[in-house]
Design a protein around this ligand. Structure first.
Ligand SMILES: [Zn+2]
Length: 300
């Protein structure tokens, strides 16, 4: 799939692809500018309001400005996160059609903007059970990919915490979805540290971390892992509750993030924080990014 060599050093001594989720409230291009301001070389953003079905019209001017800003800032990769309303496993036909439509629009919009990855929560089975839910998700994805043949972004299924009837909280489920996707070159996985921990995968110690990553490799295959969300967890192991916490200040702890940052198998994969923003008037993005960068110190 033509991944670029990422061994070139970026920024001060930092090597690797690190960023955060930034807001588009002041314009699409502003998310890119903000990422640069925080010393990031990758970022994640929404391309629309994630809590609404409304589809925005993006004007050619906005596309130009966005692409120009990306080129000027030297930002390497951008991921977009899909609307929270999308459920590709929806039982109701109308809701599933609406979800597929929203995903198609997201893929096209991201494609026009030159965005590399579109992150998706796989879906909720709504009481119909795992097997049926997985089948419905894969069928929906196949349909969406067929109808967006020219779109360039990779669609990434995100690991989930396992709340309610959500699917994607085990590596087996994600592997099952992947197996049923016809065009696997257009999809991949986004691993969220907070979500897998809440789902029951222990990553707190180097031994547990390596077991979990080995497990991912055995079940899904690390070659399919294209994006990582680094978030600490406000809830304990196996809680199935998705609450992000500042890096090193939650139940996961700093040691785990050191493992993620130093793991040579993951060094080429963009890593994005989605930790809480302003709290007590502190600039938490800056603190969390600095914390992660500092974990690499002493590495060759
Ligand atoms: Zn995430």
């Amino acid at each position: 799939m033509g991944k670029k060599n990422t061994s070139r050093s970026v920024g001060k001594q930092f090597r690797g692809l690190l960023g955060a989720h930034f807001s588009i409230a002041k314009g699409l291009h502003n998310a890119v500018l903000e990422a640069k301001l925080f010393g990031c070389n990758v970022l994640q953003m929404f391309t629309k309001n994630p809590n609404s079905w409304k589809e925005p019209t993006i004007l050619p001017d906005q596309v130009d400005r966005f692409k120009r800003t990306k080129a000027q800032t030297g930002i390497r990769e951008i991921a977009s996160h899909t609307s929270y309303l999308i459920n590709l496993a929806a039982v109701e036909k109308k809701k599933r059609a609406k979800s597929c439509q929203a995903l198609k629009r997201e893929l096209f919009r991201s494609s026009i903007l030159g965005i590399s990855y579109v992150v998706l929560h796989p879906g909720f089975h709504m009481g119909k059970g795992e097997r049926e839910g997985i089948h419905r998700i894969a069928t929906s994805i196949n349909e969406v990919l067929y109808e967006t043949a020219g779109a360039t972004p990779r669609l990434l299924l995100e690991t989930t915490a396992g709340q309610g009837s959500v699917l994607g909280n085990t590596f087996d489920q994600l592997a099952s979805i992947m197996e049923q996707i016809e065009n696997r070159d257009r999809v991949g996985i986004c691993l969220d540290s907070c979500h897998i921990f809440a789902a029951g995968y222990d990553i707190r110690t180097p031994i547990c971390y390596h077991q979990t990553i080995d497990d991912f490799d055995a079940v899904i295959g690390l070659r399919h892992l294209l994006l990582i969300h680094l978030n600490d967890s406000n809830k304990d192991l196996g809680s199935r509750v998705d609450r992000h916490e500042h890096i090193g200040r939650g139940f996961i702890g700093l040691k785990s993030f050191e493992c993620f940052m130093k793991d040579p198998r993951l060094s080429h994969i963009p890593k994005i924080i989605e930790t809480p923003k302003e709290r007590n008037r502190k600039n938490w993005d800056s603190i969390n990014l600095q914390q992660l960068r500092s974990l690499l110190k002493g590495l060759g």
